[in-house]
Write a new protein. Structure first.
Length: 304
């Protein structure tokens, strides 16, 4: 996977979540905390999500074939969408069910120090994972806000890891609050309330990821800044007098398809037009490196 796929962030999140999931299940077995069970399932689902992202990155590197002449780059979007589904069903809905059941049938926590200790450990581990994801994202984010980065990023992996880690940290704090209120009041309902809050948070994050990844699956074009750079590169030579129309489509996070009809002079020879097209393609690739598949159609500009 390329750097923009955030493989380092994915591996860091995978290692952290596997360790945290094991610790949470031990804490649940020792204390009976439903928040711990919900958080354990959440961490296990997150581990599966990171495995899916790594698998998607690997499969996307397959060479183009006759059946898929533009390659498999968009397979990363498919696996990103699967992650949103897993997070919604396994993480969010399970936590909502566990919280509802615990509110209906509350009971006191046994061995409270187990969930508290595991939550503190998990917050530290998730904090490390989140810090790694932020460090991996900053070079790509540039001057964008975090919301803009998550909405505009063409590589799905880093936004997914960022939102998962952020949701995990908030969920851990909610679980710690639920456990704390249960210990302070002796009422196990608070543990269930914390679990319901965790489930709601996971469902919201899953919906956001699903909406953003769905847009990538449907096919997104280049950003306005890249479109402007492409237009400027095409007409940077006198041989191309105007861009008549232009279409772009991301074939994968790092591969942009460009199709354009360009106006050339009516008295140019075929050889001159061919040289103009070759030169225009070179300029476009220099201006927007992800524009790897380029089709240019020459035409004579007519009065509109």
């Amino acid at each position: 996977m390329s750097a923009s796929g955030g493989s380092r962030a994915i591996v860091a999140a995978l290692g952290a979540n596997l360790a945290i999931a094991a610790a949470k299940f031990v804490a649940f077995a020792a204390s009976g905390s439903s928040s711990m069970l919900a958080e354990g399932v959440h961490s296990l689902a997150d581990s599966g999500n990171q495995a899916l992202l790594l698998l998607g990155g690997r499969r996307a590197r397959r060479a183009a074939s006759e059946e898929h002449p533009f390659g498999y780059g968009r397979e990363r979007y498919v696996y990103g969408f699967l992650v949103a589904i897993v997070l919604f069903t396994v993480g969010g809905l399970f936590a909502l069910y566990e919280g509802y059941d615990k509110i209906r049938h509350p009971h006191e926590l046994d061995h409270w120090y187990w969930p508290v200790g595991v939550l503190v450990f998990a917050i530290c581990a998730e904090g490390f994972s989140f810090r790694t994801a932020v460090a991996e994202s900053n070079p790509l984010r540039g001057d964008q806000t975090w919301v803009q980065f998550i909405r505009r990023a063409k590589a799905p992996e880093l936004p997914i890891v960022l939102l998962e880690d952020f949701g995990a940290l908030i969920g851990l704090l909610l679980a710690l609050l639920g456990v704390g209120l249960t210990l302070a009041t002796g009422d196990g309902v608070w543990d269930g309330v914390g679990t319901v809050c965790i489930g709601t948070l996971l469902v919201v994050i899953a919906v956001v990821l699903g909406v953003e990844t769905k847009s990538l699956l449907l096919g997104e074009g280049a950003s306005p800044a890249d479109v402007a750079a492409i237009r400027a590169a095409l007409v940077a030579d006198d041989a191309v007098t105007e861009v008549i129309h232009l279409r772009t489509l991301y074939l994968g996070p790092e591969e942009l398809l460009l199709a354009a009809k360009i106006a050339v002079r009516h008295d140019d020879t075929a050889a001159e037009v061919a040289r103009a097209i070759d030169a225009a393609e070179t300029r476009v690739r220099a201006a927007v490196p992800v524009a790897r598949v380029i089709y240019l159609e020459p035409d004579i500009l007519r009065e509109r």
